[in-house]
Structures are given as structure tokens and as C-alpha cells.
Design a protein around this ligand. Structure first.
Ligand SMILES: Nc1ncnc2c1ncn2[C@@H]1O[C@H](COP(=O)(O)OP(=O)(O)OP(=O)(O)O)[C@@H](O)[C@H]1O
Ligand SMILES: [Mg+2]
Length: 173
């Protein structure tokens, strides 16, 4: 396994650095297939965008993955699959998903990675992978040190469970 990223238990990982969280995204990339949806949960600054950067690297997607300020959707082509990166933090209700262009791509084209997508998860995709990133209590509060992160994985629906199992298998070594 790569430096800084460790599988602690079934569907549970620990990441010691931003780069390690990216690495987990890079490990997920080859598992993703056309129409797959990944929902990313976690507080502001938890590492959701960092994870998406790793997926982009793993897919070979063009362009830099950033935190979108006004546009809810940014699409990155050029890789093995298109990467549709969404941040729904500012989305007030489900009705706005169509306007944002989400319904044209999520679950249809490429892989969709959706930050703050939990309230809209059922509307977006019945089958999906869900990641929750939290700061690790055991390392929080140590001066001058970023707390490590716990990353919990949940597969919803048949395809979601398949993705979760495939990622989990990569942590056995
Ligand atoms: N183990 C870690 N995993 C991920 N990020 C980490 C880790 N340790 C430190 N960081 C830092 O935490 C920050 C995570 O920022 P990021 O933009 O990925 O968060 P986010 O969850 O997308 O937040 P937002 O909800 O604002 O979009 C970065 O500055 C990153 O360098
Ligand atoms: Mg973000």
C-alpha cells in the first residue's frame, strides 16, 4: 500500500496527508465505469476536493480540479472516462439540479463525483459509492500538526457495493 494511506477495517481507511487522500482517489479511478456516481461527505476542508484530484490523476483527466465558486459542475475530459466534478454546497433544493446541468451527466456519462451531495443522493443516483471524510480525533489538537483523516466508504445499491468491495480489496496487502 502507498505511503500514508492505510486500510483500518472493512470500508475504513486512514489518511495521513493530503497526498495520501489523493492517492486513495487514484486507487478508485481504475474501478470507475461509465455512469458511476460517488458522493463525498465531510466538513469544510475535510479533503473531498483533494480526493477528487486523485481520481482525476488516476483517470488521466485534463485540467486542474479546483473548488468551484459559482458553477456547480465542472467537467474534465481527456481521460479514460469523463470526470464530472460537482459541489452542491450552495444548492438550495433538488429542483436546481437540472439547471446546474447535473441531470444530463450524473449516472449517464463518465464518472460523477459530487461534494455535499448527500441531501440529493437519491435524486442523483439510486446506486452509488459514498465517502465520508472526518478529521481523526486521535490526532486532533496536536500543535502544528494537521489531524489525519478517517475515510469511511459505503456502497449503496448493487453497483455501489461492487465499487466498495473493489476498493476494499486494494487495502488487503
Ligand atoms: N489527510 C488529509 N487528507 C485530505 N486533506 C488534508 C489532509 N491533511 C491535510 N489536508 C488539507 O486539508 C485541506 C482539504 O481541502 P479540500 O479542499 O480537499 O476540502 P473539501 O472537503 O473539499 O472542503 P469544501 O467543503 O470546502 O469543498 C487541504 O488544504 C489539504 O492540504
Ligand atoms: Mg471541496
Amino acid at each position: 500500500m502507498s505511503e500514508g494511506i492505510e486500510r483500518l477495517a472493512r470500508n475504513l481507511w486512514r489518511s495521513d496527508s493530503a497526498e495520501a487522500t489523493e492517492r486513495l482517489g487514484e486507487l478508485l479511478a481504475p474501478i470507475l465505469e461509465e455512469g458511476d456516481v460517488v458522493i463525498l461527505e465531510g466538513d469544510l476542508g475535510a479533503g473531498k476536493t483533494q480526493f477528487v484530484k486523485g481520481v482525476a490523476r488516476g483517470l488521466g483527466a485534463d485540467g486542474e480540479v479546483t473548488s468551484p465558486t459559482f458553477n456547480l459542475l465542472s467537467s474534465h475530459e481527456g481521460g479514460r472516462l469523463a470526470l464530472h466534478h460537482m459541489d452542491l454546497y450552495r444548492l438550495a433544493d433538488e429542483g436546481e439540479l437540472g439547471e446546474a446541468g447535473a441531470l444530463d451527466v450524473v449516472g449517464i456519462d463518465g464518472a460523477a463525483l459530487v461534494e455535499w451531495g448527500e441531501p440529493f443522493a437519491d435524486a442523483l443516483a439510486p446506486e452509488r459509492l459514498e465517502l465520508t471524510i472526518v478529521r481523526d480525533d486521535a490526532t486532533a489538537g496536536i500543535p502544528d500538526r494537521e489531524p489525519s483523516r478517517r475515510i469511511a466508504i459505503r456502497g449503496v445499491g448493487e453497483r455501489g457495493e461492487e465499487m466498495a468491495r473493489a476498493l476494499d480489496r486494494l487495502g488487503y496487502r
